[in-house]
Design a protein around this ligand. Structure first.
Ligand SMILES: [Zn+2]
Length: 375
């Protein structure tokens, strides 16, 4: 009997470990222009894959024929074949070829997916990391670091990634849009509309203060998360803010919370030589993002309290939020309140309240920018 149990156990575990993994989402973050046309940036590109379960990823570095070039091959075994939107997303990756790197994705008949990054050793370092997203999905990130930018910052002994300009460009990302409504409130308020309204107000206030503004979307259009960050790759001269409203099953859940991303949330799997120093630089970006989140949150909350004293402080939190992972500048995501909470929903459609919290966000950005310039 015991033998049978053991045998059965082995059979079951065999089935489990052999079960197919599904690819759920693919993102390719990074600027599309060639390097010469834009400012310094530490990360050239980031490829992110989400799966329904954690895959056993293998990574090897391979020599290539081209002198001074190398390649990193990431194999994800036992993967269901991608079709539809995912297939298109994978094809998009192959089209991103620059003078510094070439990306390739192969889906083999045996179920293995092979992602190959072939790159100029003098320019690029590659890091492969695993992480768990804010929605608890297992993710895989492949980051291409730009080593000359990192060396330049080091040699100049610049306090790395300071917001160098008195008025950096403010990239405003109004959450959701188009077919993606985001959360819908108890009385019908729609997150994508609130995000757009707040974003437009913020753009107006920021422009009056002399900040150049870029809007990821300025109407009700749908954007993928990697499209939203494509304008946030200009090194230190940019601040990225993503605007959202929350939703929870529990109608009592309420309050304001602010998110940022730092590399320490990643679990390193593989890195080429210089990627370690790139990590340190990236972590500095994490530090800046935290400062930015702290300032925005503090000012936003105190502004909210002036009109809505019961506003709950849900604090500043770090998370692997996809839109933050792809912005290679100080980046913050604000959740302005809960649409599932009837009182907060009524505030979030109240024009006076929105003006007040927008002023709060603006003074937070101001305070962050001034603080960075002082340092
Ligand atoms: Zn949202």
């Amino acid at each position: 009997m015991k033998k049978l149990v053991v045998l059965l156990g082995a059979l079951i575990s065999g089935v489990v470990s052999g079960s197919q993994i599904e690819l759920e989402k693919v993102y390719l973050h990074g600027a599309h222009e060639q390097a010469a046309q834009r400012g310094p940036q530490i990360e050239e590109a980031r490829l992110v894959f989400y799966f329904n379960q954690k895959p056993k990823v293998q990574v090897v570095e391979k020599k290539v024929a081209k002198k001074q070039w190398s390649s990193v091959v990431v194999t994800v075994p036992n993967l269901g074949r991608a079709s539809g939107e995912l297939k298109t997303a994978l094809e998009k990756i192959q089209q991103r070829t620059t003078d510094q790197y070439v990306l390739k994705v192969n889906q083999h008949k045996n179920g293995d997916m092979e992602i190959t990054v072939t790159f100029d050793l003098r320019k690029i370092n590659v890091a492969v990391d695993e992480f768990t997203s804010i929605g608890t999905k297992p993710g895989l990130s492949i980051t291409l670091y730009h080593q000359p930018t990192i060396d330049g910052l080091k040699n100049a002994q610049q306090s790395i990634l300071q917001v160098a300009h008195h008025a950096p460009t403010l990239v405003i990302d109004c959450g959701h849009g188009g077919k993606d409504t985001g959360a819908v409130g108890t009385h019908g308020a729609v997150e994508k509309d609130i995000a757009l309204r707040v974003g437009k107000k913020l753009a107006q206030v920021a422009e009056k203060k002399g900040y150049p503004v870029t809007m990821a979307r300025s109407d009700d259009s749908f954007l993928e998360l990697d499209q939203r960050t494509s304008c946030a790759h200009n090194g230190a001269s940019c601040v990225f803010i993503s605007i959202h409203a929350n939703h929870a099953q529990d109608a009592k859940a309420q309050g304001i919370e602010t998110f940022y991303f730092e590399r320490a949330l990643f679990k390193p799997v593989f890195q080429t030589g210089g990627a370690w120093s790139a990590d340190i630089m990236s972590d500095n970006l994490g530090v800046l993002s935290k400062q930015c989140a702290d300032e925005i949150h503090k000012h936003l909350l105190s502004a909210a309290h002036s009109y809505y004293p019961q506003a709950v402080d849900r604090t500043v939190k770090k998370a692997c939020s996809q839109v933050l992972m792809g912005a290679f500048v100080p980046a913050v995501l604000v959740e302005l309140g809960f649409l599932s909470h009837p009182v907060e929903e009524s505030y979030l459609i109240n024009d006076t309240y929105l003006d007040i919290i927008v002023a709060g966000i603006m003074s937070g950005i101001d305070s962050f920018v001034k603080g960075s310039n002082r340092g």
